[in-house]
Unconditional design. Structure first.
Length: 253
């Protein structure tokens, strides 16, 4: 039986901290999934729709600015999926799009439907790529960031591992950051202890900072799922974390 892994990829990872979606990064993720697919089945929770829209909309829309996030998400989401589809297909991987909102997960019937759909996709070797349905979500019912979406999804899909890609080598000790020499907390069981080490600063493209990753790990932990916080900017970050060849933070189930 294959182990089930949910990977959350934020906008900073997908853009490699630039203003453009990186096809190279998407290919890097696909190549690693292709290498590991005999042992693992993968679910992706991917941000990046708004970043993708910003990249294209000025080029094509009379050079006008569109600054309503929900409209940008509607423009960017199909483009982002097209990039995933093209890049993954060249590696012999098939992708699918799954969009849902917070209210869907609170609705028992909708949640069962989502779970059944994703299980059928995985059984047929199709990779579900999940994002929040931004065009219907209001501020009151938004997940807030895809870290929480990833954790809630990981819990109800009963995954074996939640891997959150970020732009640091995991979570650093507060003391080492104060001393300007970041040192990764490699393994931890207590979410409370971990919370004391973290600042509330948010990332440049995404809506989540390290605090939201700890909250996600807490949701996963309650569901008996281990969380890894890994530097997604590094090439080969999935394979290297599985082989323990890079520094990252492991939050025990």
């Amino acid at each position: 039986m294959k182990k089930r892994v949910l990977i959350k990829i934020g906008s900073n990872t997908l853009t490699k901290e630039t203003n453009q979606i990186s096809r190279g990064k998407i290919e890097d993720i696909g190549r690693q999934i292709a290498l590991l697919k005999e042992e693992y089945e993968f679910i992706l929770v991917s941000s990046g729709a708004i970043a993708t829209a910003k990249q294209f909309v000025k080029l094509e829309h009379n050079g006008q600015e569109i600054d309503v996030k929900q409209a940008l998400a509607a423009i960017g989401q199909p483009r982002l999926m097209h990039i995933f589809q093209e890049s993954f297909r060249e590696l012999g991987l098939f992708t699918s799009q799954c969009l849902f909102s917070y209210s869907d997960l609170e609705n028992e019937k909708a949640r069962v439907n989502i779970e059944n759909t994703i299980n059928v996709l995985l059984a047929n070797d199709v990779i579900p790529i999940i994002n929040e349905n931004d065009t219907v979500a209001t501020d009151e019912i938004k997940f807030g960031d895809n870290d929480k979406l990833a954790a809630l999804t990981a819990a109800f899909l009963k995954v074996d591992l939640l891997l959150i890609a970020t732009n640091t080598d995991g979570i650093y000790t507060k003391e080492s950051l104060d001393g300007k020499l970041p040192e990764t907390i490699q393994e931890v069981a207590s979410i409370t202890d971990l919370g004391k080490e973290v600042s509330t600063v948010k990332s440049s493209h995404g809506t989540g900072g390290m605090q939201s990753k700890i909250e996600a790990a807490s949701i996963a932990q309650k569901a008996g799922i281990e969380t890894w916080i890994v530097n997604g900017l590094k090439d080969n970050f999935i394979v290297d974390s599985f082989r323990d060849q890079i520094h990252f933070t492991k939050i025990k189930a």
